[in-house]
Design a protein around this ligand. Sequence first.
Ligand code: MOS
Length: 729
Amino acid sequence: MKFTEPASANPIDRMTVVGRPHDRIDGPRKTTGTAAYAYERHAEAPNAAYGWIIGAAIAKGRIRSMNLDDARGAPGVLGIVTAAEAGKLNKGNFNTAKLLGGPEIDHYHQAVAIVIAESFEQARAAAGLVRIDYDRAKGQYDLDEALKTAPLTGGEEGKPGKEDRTGSFESAFGAAPVKLDAEYTTPDHSHAMMEPFASLAIWEGDQLTVWTSNQMIAWGRGDLAKTLGMPKEKVRLISPYVGGGFGGKLFLRTDAVMAALGAKAVGRPVKVAMQRPLMANNATHRPATTQRIRIGATKDGAIQAIAHESGSGDQPGGGPETAVNQTKLLYAGPNRLTAMRLAVLNLPEGNAMRAPGEAPGMMALEIAMDEMAEKLGMDPVAFRVKNDTQVDPEKPDRRFSQRQLVRCLEEGAQRFGWSQRNARPAQVRDGRWLVGMGVAAAFRNHMNMKSGARVTLNKDGRVVVETDMTDIGTGSYTIIAQTAAEMMGVPMDAVDVRLGDSDYPVSAGSGGQFGAANATAGVYAACVKLREAVAQRLGFNSADLNFADGQVTGGNRSVALRDAVASGPLTAEDRIEFGDLDKTWQLSTFGAHFVEVGVDAYTGVTRLRRMLAVCAAGRILNPKAARSQMIGAMTMGVGSALMEELAVDKRFGFFVNHDLAGYEVPVHADIPHQEVIFLEEADDKANPMKAKGVGELGLCGVGAAVANAVYNATGVRIRDYPLTLEKHL
Ligand code: MOS
């Protein structure tokens, strides 16, 4: 089904199942420990051996020699694989560094060997006996230093980069009576998911099956096949449960490659869970940014000029953190400049993490808006409202499909009691706590992605949905079941959802908050076809049928749905594809974050007191699951504001705090009252579900709302994340 015109009325609009707060159908399996994750597929491979990954001890250079003799002779050892015996390996499309390094080393903790043994403990012990000598080369690990000569991005292949300009920024900024010019920095971040990268590889002849933990099955399958130099038809990837991804599992990672190589070498299934201390440096991370924002406005607060420049670094061949994305679209203003610089660093690979681009970009932009409001003597809500735009400010003939930012801000202000805020900082005390309130807009673009599904109506009346879509804890199983139940007119418990298997039709996958809307739209498309097949079997002429309560009704004729499959099951497969509606219309999601903090007047410790988010993000498929996405993202936002930071060792080129003891994230005890409101919306320009995403929206802006609340509490403006207590001095 190709989506080329705004969606008309369709069976989803009934909202008898879709739009309801159904509990997660995978919830009981996960909370009782009966959901078998990749490392726990004991039934599939009872004789699996265990792998232990050895990570490079240098950030850049060469392996001079490796001595494996002692390790090979250690108890239980079945084999050791290094680049020397792995044969020719390629790099997948989504990897910048090789997933098995050697002799050249691209980054610290790049995998250089896997030791396979009968037991996990034996593999670990033997790995300690491997002796590797390195020749260390000089690398660049200092972002500030590297940015001094870093080129602009955004050029065509092989051409110099460029700035994006609308109007004349410099002259408008120069002439503006009120202006801000400030620099903001965000540190490197680690995904820090609970489930590590984990894979179980099983070879049957030349056929490879890998149980793994991956957000994007088709990408992973293609990349694994490419890396190993085999046809992708010979590779099956299965990932029914993912214990957190956050962008770190968008791409094939070392665990799957090493499990496959190890299993081949020892002639047995091999399972590999990446050791926690390797995770921060072996995997990808969100790159640090240095962002300069300039805003010039009239005295009454109309933005005349806005510039956002961001610099970040990555491995050779990598990409920038696209932190200027939102500044192109969020606020009005005729004179605009955005630009990114990309430095080459020899730190581990940078890549997507939790709303890449907008998350760190909004952390900067929304402090800048707060600072500007103060300079103008305006309320920060009113300043944002004044600079709302219903069109793309760079392309004024392009409208937002929907944009209720103003309502989010105003409704949020009212519900939060924003009028109680004292605009003068450091005025409110509660015992030893300095109390402050902060606001920020939330913004994240919506992306269309092709997505397929297969739906079967069985003789027993049950509906089976199969798609390679993943559920990374987001509720995919549930919203897909809701979609199929609504479309076929059957109860939720008559739907079986099977996910995360490369044998199923290729879906959008889970990333960029595009999963929910696109994957359900693909299921919708397959259900439309299945309904047609049912209608034909039942002898209906019209396509205008109602599927409800197990009955199919057209005109004054009503037939049991099961009658259609009396002679055998019916299967339909289709996918949603998109025309260029998203060129005609800008598809984005909006919200407003309100935060109240207390800052200890004596120690500088910041504690959250209240959080509220009001969102406008198209139709909400399941308000309970969507709320969970939002409060999870808001919690991450608190982490990015107050705690999260990978500390770079600029001498040796690695992230020092590479485990969950050293990399701090918020826990439940850090987060008090959180409230989430969804405005009523249905975006007919987005897809037939009329839905967009919310998962990443919840994160974009909230860090700045926390920072603005801290400023309101203390009067100390901190522009360098995270806002740790020594920065108050
Ligand atoms: Mo997300 S960072 O695209 O998984």
